[in-house]
Write a protein that binds this ligand. Structure first.
Ligand code: AMP
Length: 536
């Protein structure tokens, strides 16, 4: 039997769907080509990597957004036997330097514009000798850089007979976790892991991607392999649309309308912003069938609006860098078909059912498994072919975060009788008040059930008597200003919890600080609030 590698992912669309298209927004404009042309370019890039002696054991860093050149590196790097290391362009300078050093990248593929400016600024601190600019020209610079297009046009394409033999245990991908606390940790994916996870994502129980789809991954290619879309959608032979550098709602709408996008994916903020834009300017979302939303909890109000107003189904998914992104999706099961809509939403707004191939345990503080009864709470542990069993270079984290092949996710969950996971908190983000636990995420979800609340984040702040109390920061919709009484009333309506659960303070803010991957940055928020509460 042959190895489980990404080689057949490259073979299938280039042989079976050579005329299907890949559309890409770049710094130069919108461009489009076929899988046939994609094949030629990947083979040329593979030739260029070979010429440079890059192959098994080497890391190839990328620092850029979602476009066709970056997509080509997703194939050429692992097909050469090397490892593709995608670096998050939203991270601060120190973290970027740390990551490039830690990973020991041999070469960097960098977007022009802001990403390139940063690399130029950090050049003296980076242990890198060569930069390829993912564009058709190189900015005027002191950095030793060549253009991507020059690189591949000067090289003879590699033919099948020259393809390197790949082993399924070769390291093929690498990402760093978002680093809400401490330095980002490296997470490595083997060829076999990518094979397994792309199959899981493509399957009907995953995201059900097939060649009829026109897929637009908005989730950045520097964030957990863009949730595996570049591999799963390619293997499926789907039409793909890459929306380019930091796309705004107008860019996304234009691509949805012009390219007939059927399926897209990204964090909730993207879909909240898109709705606001649509409210103001109108739109045609008629081609769109599904939005995969994850990375943070999907607000039910937003899910309902897409469904009611645009007939678009939002599928709520959960995952982590350590699980190669998507690990669960929430859809009602077939025996729920005749349930009413609200009852189905009770399931759909949860993080959902594990993808095939994964197994889970829910473990309490004493290390015992808790029941799936919709009430008992514990930490989610997962294992499977797409779950890492260690971090790169981090023995202390490996000691803490794994139990054999089980990954301790740090997510505190409650699983119901039907097997649906609901995240109620994170191990590092629970609020302990007078010895009792309060879930910041449940408070946030309840506040976000108020029609005028766009975002709500709750953190624990020090309290003289109770050690910690919840403090809420709320961003309200334009022209609205919900009163504290209204917000407390919505908490009362939504939560079946005692009064001491409710936040001591509800502060109205313009925005909530976010991490580089768009999640609430609770550490920054705590620093920003910086109070010690006292008794009233
Ligand atoms: P990252 O590794 O940066 O992707 O972060 C993974 C973490 O994000 C998970 O452990 C969860 O805490 C959180 N997360 C991911 N998806 C969801 C979701 N759908 N709902 C709530 N939290 C989520």
């Amino acid at each position: 039997m042959s190895n489980l590698t990404i080689q057949p992912f490259f073979w299938r669309p280039t042989n079976l769907f050579p005329e299907k298209r890949i559309v890409s927004k770049t710094y130069e404009g919108i461009t489009s080509y076929t899988y046939g042309e994609f094949e030629r370019r990947v083979r040329s890039l593979l030739g260029a990597l070979n010429d440079q002696g890059l192959g098994p054991g080497d890391r190839i860093g990328t620092f850029g957004w979602n476009h066709h050149r970056h997509f080509e590196t997703y194939f050429a790097a692992p097909l050469s036997g090397a490892q593709l290391h995608t670096i998050n362009v939203m991270l601060g300078d120190d973290d970027v330097v740390h990551i490039v050093e830690d990973a020991d990248d041999e070469i960097l593929f960098v977007d022009p514009g802001e990403p390139f400016d940063r690399i130029e600024r950090l050049w003296d601190d980076l242990p890198i000798e060569e930069v390829v600019v993912m564009a058709d020209s190189v900015p005027d610079t002191g950095v030793d850089a060549i253009t991507y297009d020059e690189l591949i046009e000067e090289t003879d394409p590699i033919v099948d007979a020259e393809f390197p033999d790949l082993e399924e245990e070769y390291s093929a991908g690498m990402c760093y976790t978002s680093g809400t606390t401490g330095r980002p940790k490296g997470v490595e994916y083997t060829q076999k892991m990518i094979y397994a996870h792309a199959m899981m994502v493509m399957s009907p129980a995953g995201l059900n991607i097939d060649e009829t789809d026109v897929v637009m991954p908005v989730v950045p290619m520097f964030h957990v392999n863009s949730w595996e879309f570049p591999y799963a959608a390619t293997m499926a032979g789907a039409t793909q649309v890459y929306p380019g550098p930091s796309p705004d709602p107008a860019d996304l709408l234009e691509l949805i309308e012009c390219e007939g996008v059927t399926m897209t994916a990204g964090v909730p903020t993207v879909w909240i912003n898109l709705l606001e834009h649509v409210d103001e300017h109108g739109s045609d979302l008629s081609s769109l069938e599904r939005i995969v939303v994850g990375g943070s909890a999907a607000p039910e109000g937003i899910m309902r609006r897409y469904e009611d107003e645009f007939d678009v189904t939002m599928e709520h998914a959960w995952g982590m860098t350590e699980t190669m992104s998507i690990g669960s999706v929430s859809r009602p099961k077939s025996y729920m078909d005749d349930w009413d809509r609200s009852r189905k939403y009770e399931k759909r707004k949860k993080q959902g059912l594990l993808l095939p191939g994964l197994e889970m345990r829910v473990v309490d503080d004493d290390g015992d498994e808790v029941d799936w009864d919709g009430q008992s709470v514990g930490e989610l542990w997962v294992r499977g072919p797409s779950v890492i069993e260690e971090y790169y270079n981090r023995p202390e984290a490996n000691e803490e975060d794994f139990e054999g092949e089980w990954l301790k996710t740090g997510d505190i969950v409650c699983v119901d009788e039907d097997g649906y996971i609901e995240i109620v908190d994170r191990t590092n983000d629970v609020i302990k008040s007078g010895g009792e636990w309060i879930s910041s995420i449940e408070l946030e979800n309840a506040l976000m059930a108020h029609n005028d609340v766009v975002e709500a984040a709750v953190v624990g702040v020090p309290h003289e008597r109770w050690q910690e109390r919840p403090y809420a920061c709320v961003v309200s919709a334009d022209d609205s200003n919900p009163s504290e009484d209204e917000l407390l009333a919505v908490l009362d309506d939504e939560l079946d919890q005692p009064d001491w659960w409710f936040p001591d303070e509800i502060e109205k803010v313009e925005s909530i600080p976010k991490t580089a991957t768009g999640k609430f940055d609770k550490k920054a928020l705590r620093d920003q609030i910086d109070v010690v509460l006292e008794d009233d």
